[in-house]
Design a protein around this ligand. Structure first.
Ligand code: GLN
Length: 497
């Protein structure tokens, strides 16, 4: 039999329904792949027994023709999603062996639709990072490598972050698709770094209930998958109104899979001039021009647009996100969750617990967040950042009001970098990875990253499409056009086994 891990999620779904193989066979193939890929550190917890039990239940439902939309399909779950009875850590020491007594709404919808859980995936601690190097479980190693010149050893690369485990697992065929979260780019940037597809839906499309909070007004769940169609299938199951999350939108969930086949004829695509940064790498600029040409050839009208407040987005994000994080992370005090470092009084117990439990990047964010929210500095920093956020949102509103259906930009300013190569001396160097993605979270819009080409070292590069609120369908339609034109990425052969 062919290697079942090589199928797309859509192919696996159709194969199960046609009884070409069972979910148990499909799941066993993935469990073996996961076990053979521990060198990548993508999974922080493997749950093979649960997976096989879920697969056998799926096979029984398939036999009775009661299959759900994701029946029998093995997935990986970012460790930011609470899973009932299964350790959930957000990859922070402070959560210790926290085992939730409840299931996040998004994952419960996946299981409702028949999906199988392979385990929990690595991420940056509390989803703070762009390289998956801040996890308390150590960095994820990308399945992509930078080849050495003249016989030198290959360089190990980051898969991006914070959903680095999700992106690496999908790219290395260690699951058919994965859940991820995106506060400033954490779905789209790792997707771009690994030649996979990632969509951050509109704020409110997916419930945040049971997802460990980073910055609540920016956080959204979404899928990472190997094709645009697979990401559409997954997002449909993940979406929908949830009375337990007051910010979740009470709107019908469209058939995203059907939207992939719509094409772009008659659509207007905006190219924002402010995203053409000074000193932009020539290959990124060329990729962007190529994407523009593909959409035009497929029948879209392309216009230049202006988003004048773009240059303030990154600094404003790095005030708003830490501010919300410092407030959300106040709950980890050694009393109710995770680890505790006992001491002679409660204040010392809090301090000792938080000093031991939080990593450096998380501590930095808490310090920035409490500073910008403090009485003397609130107006100067947080208040201004919020006003900038409004202006960023207004820029997008005006472009869409003028008839633009979606906006095309690069997904990242570069291809993946080496482990340990960036940010150790200057954290801002790491933050710059998010220049093209944070505006989308600040405005609450949907954004998809689709692989579109390679840099001169053969590493994948992605393009981003940004849509109107709750119009993910146009992103799937245009994303499919890019995928068809670029050709599906040939993912790396397993050197890690
Ligand atoms: N890299 C950004 C940050 O560190 C975004 C992270 C995310 O989207 N979760 O804040």
């Amino acid at each position: 039999m062919t290697d079942l891990t090589r199928l797309t999620l859509a192919e696996a779904r159709d194969g199960l329904r046609a009884k070409r193989f069972s979910s148990e066979e499909l799941t066993r193939a993935h469990v073996a792949a996961v076990e053979g890929a521990r060198a990548l550190n993508a999974y922080v917890l493997e749950t093979p027994e649960r997976a096989l039990e879920m697969a056998r239940a799926s096979d029984a439902r398939l036999a009775r023709a009661e299959a759900g939309p994701l029946e029998g399909l093995p997935l990986g779950i970012k460790d930011l999603f609470c899973t009932e009875g299964v350790r959930t850590t957000a990859c922070s020491r402070i959560l210790g062996d926290f085992t939730p007594a409840y299931e996040s709404t998004v994952t419960s919808q996946l299981w409702r639709d028949g999906a199988v859980m392979l385990g929990k995936l690595n991420n940056d601690e509390f989803a703070m990072g762009s390289s998956n190097e801040t996890s308390c479980f150590g960095p994820v190693v990308s399945p992509w490598q930078r080849q050495g010149t003249e016989g030198a050893a290959a360089t190990q690369l980051v898969p991006g972050g914070s959903s680095g485990g999700s992106a690496a697992a999908v790219a290395a065929h260690l699951c058919l698709g994965a859940t991820a979260t995106d506060t400033g780019g954490s779905i789209r940037q790792p997707a771009a770094f690994t030649g996979t597809v990632g969509i951050k839906p509109t704020y409110g499309r997916c419930s945040r209930w049971g997802v460990v909070a980073f910055a609540s007004s920016l956080d959204q769940a979404g899928p990472i998958a190997r094709t645009v169609e697979d990401s559409a299938i997954l997002l449909r199951s993940m979406s929908g109104h949830d009375p337990k999350d007051t910010t979740s939108a009470d709107l019908p969930v469209p058939d995203f899979e059907a939207a992939c086949r719509r094409g772009v004829r008659g659509l207007t695509i905006g190219i924002p001039k402010e995203y053409r940064l000074d000193g932009m790498a020539a290959e990124i600029a060329a990729l962007w021009d190529q994407g523009t040409a593909w959409l035009r050839d497929a029948g879209a009208k392309v216009v230049e647009v202006s988003l004048p407040h773009t240059r303030y987005a990154l600094p404003a994000y790095y005030i708003v996100a830490p501010a919300e994080a410092s407030s959300n992370l106040a709950r980890y005090d050694g009393v109710r969750y995770g680890i505790r470092v006992p001491d002679r009084d409660i204040a010392r117990m809090y301090e000792g617990t938080r000093a031991a439990g939080f990593g450096r990047e998380v501590q930095r964010r808490i310090m920035i967040g409490t500073y910008v929210l403090s009485a003397g500095y609130y107006d100067a920093y947080y208040g201004r950042a919020q006003r900038i956020r409004t202006l960023i949102k207004r820029d997008f509103d005006e472009v869409y009001a003028a008839g633009v259906d979606a906006i095309l930009t690069p997904a990242t300013p570069s291809a993946a970098f080496g482990i340990g190569e960036k940010g150790s001396a200057d954290p801002v160097e790491m933050y710059l990875n998010d220049v093209f993605t944070v505006t989308v979270n600040m405005a609450g819009l949907p954004g998809i990253a689709v692989p579109a080409g390679f840099d001169k070292q053969g590493l994948p590069l992605g393009l981003q499409l940004i849509g109107r609120p709750f119009d993910e369908e146009t992103l799937f339609a245009a994303g499919q056009v890019i995928e068809d034109a670029a050709g599906r990425v040939r993912l790396p052969e397993p050197w890690w086994q």
